[in-house]
Write a protein that binds this ligand. Structure first.
Ligand code: CO
Length: 158
């Protein structure tokens, strides 16, 4: 396992749409292992593959202390409620702002072996899931609020 470099805001890569994972093979396993190691090393709670420069729909989230969920090709099939809370991102160092997110989400996704599963999340974990799925479509949390947009302007990044 290796710690990979995190792609930072300002890079075009973060704005690209990630492609579906079609091969549930050793390369995917290595990517997920590296993402987990990188996330732990950088003290994050979620990481999308695009953040290590790989445009595939793969996510790792710490759902409980030292318990990690791998999410491949996720689709949100249900969402409820709205909560506004603080958010940050390993690709956007030293900036945090309040972002509205659903209070509850249900997703359909695949594990690293290609097995389909459903996952329900509330509050903080629902926030993480939505944040990471946004990454797969080139969306960053700073796109979602006025504060975030002002941050991008102040830094001259898109
Ligand atoms: Co992020």
């Amino acid at each position: 396992m290796a710690v990979r470099n995190i792609v930072k805001i300002g890079s075009d890569t973060l704005r690209k749409k990630s492609k579906l994972v079609s091969n549930f093979d050793e390369d995917l396993a290595e990517l997920l292992d590296d993402m987990k190691k990188t996330m732990i090393e950088r003290k994050g709670v979620g990481l999308a593959a695009v953040q290590v420069g790989v445009l595939r729909r793969a996510i790792v989230i710490e759902i409980e202390p030292n318990k990690y969920l791998e999410i491949i090709n996720p689709v949100i099939i249900e969402k409820k409620g709205k909560v506004v809370d603080s958010e940050g991102c390993l690709s956007i160092p030293n900036f945090y702002t309040d972002v509205p997110r659903p209070r509850y989400v249900k997703i359909e996704a695949f594990d690293r072996n290609g097995n389909k599963f459903e996952f329900e999340a509330e509050d903080y974990i629902a926030r993480c899931v939505c944040h990471e799925i946004d990454h797969l479509d080139g969306v960053l949390f700073v796109d979602l609020t006025k504060d975030g947009i002002n941050y991008k302007k102040s830094k001259g990044v898109v």
